[in-house]
Design a protein around this ligand. Structure first.
Ligand code: FAD
Ligand code: FES
Length: 264
């Protein structure tokens, strides 16, 4: 169950230009948050009255803390990055989490930009035997949390748009390569999880479908209330054989099976 909480900021760190990690002390969120869920944060200021959704990036149950990592996009996140101490007003944890199941032994996360952040807690929580992380960033200076991903997965590959770090490729190219490498060894991914820009996730979903691999996507729609009351976060989903309707990303997602999303 989600709660409105006023929690203490434990630490604030700049990870790279315009990207910040906020560690928040919260016994409730640390005990209850699942990978893929998000918090709705009051950023403060008259021009950012609505809360802003930010994914839970990591949880430290021993310390009763959790991390959010966010990029400055506009007024809300700009205000948030100046909060270095004191309390922060959050509604959490929200949304449906990623599916973690022991039957999926060979998993792969595919993240792009800010979409990489929720995938860290997922990898750390999964007990899959073989974990791969394929991460895409614009450029070397935008690569964050690399060491944490390397500690959480056996295989980590990074792609940058400009080739300044890792492969000069789209992260979806890395996914196709990984699937091919595994098939040469007679192996197959059991489940792909993806979060990032919609065109990237659309391509990941298509690759998964072509190769008959289950795939979960975390949609990043603009949000209003965060609790299913305002319809701002509508996302077109399949509802039956030839039917479609609108789902709320905040309440029905943000995680969906890729085959349930209408990608046009
Ligand atoms: C479920 C969910 C989880 C998210 N997790 C993270 C996260 O872990 N880290 C992070 O940095 N961001 C995350 N986001 C995106 C984040 O919520 C937005 O960047 C933020 O709300 C922007 O607020 P703002 O006031 O700074 O910018 P605004 O002034 O509201 O907008 C500035 C620009 O950002 C665009 N924008 C706003 N909201 C979104 C959105 N949801 N998706 C794409 N573009 C948007 C606007 O169209 C505009 O161009 C998440 C979004 C959702 C829905
Ligand atoms: S944000 Fe209001 S219904 Fe989803």
């Amino acid at each position: 169950m989600s709660k409105v909480l006023k929690e203490q900021i434990d630490n604030m760190e700049m990870l790279c230009q315009d990207v910040f990690k906020m560690t928040i002390k919260s016994e409730y969120v640390a005990a209850n948050a699942l990978p893929g869920q998000f918090v709705n944060v009051k950023c403060g200021g008259i021009d950012a009255l609505l809360r802003r959704p930010i994914s839970i990036c990591d949880v430290d149950k021993a310390k009763n803390t959790f991390d959010i990592v966010f990029q400055i996009k506009g007024n809300g996140t700009e205000k948030l990055c100046h909060k270095c101490a004191g309390d922060v007003d959050i509604m959490a944890p929200l949304g449906n989490p990623f599916l973690i199941d022991d039957k999926y032994k060979n998993i792969c996360v595919v993240g792009g930009g800010i979409g990489t952040f929720p995938l860290l807690y997922l990898l750390k929580s999964s007990k899959a035997e073989n974990k791969t992380a394929l991460l895409g960033f614009r450029t070397k200076a935008a690569v964050v949390l690399e060491n944490q991903f390397r500690a959480a997965a056996q295989n980590v590959e990074i792609a940058t748009d400009d080739g300044t770090y890792g492969s000069k490729a789209f992260v979806t190219d890395l996914l196709e390569q990984r699937i091919l490498e595994l098939s040469k060894l007679g192996q197959k991914l059991d489940l792909i999880y993806t979060c990032g820009p919609t065109p990237m996730m659309r391509k990941v979903a298509a690759i998964a479908e072509k190769n008959n691999i289950a795939c979960q996507v975390s949609m990043e729609q603009r949000m209003g209330c965060g609790i299913g009351a305002c319809l701002v976060c509508a996302c077109k989903t399949k509802q039956g054989e030839d039917e479609w309707g609108f789902s709320h990303v905040c309440k029905d997602g943000p995680v969906f099976w890729s085959t349930d999303v209408c990608w046009e």
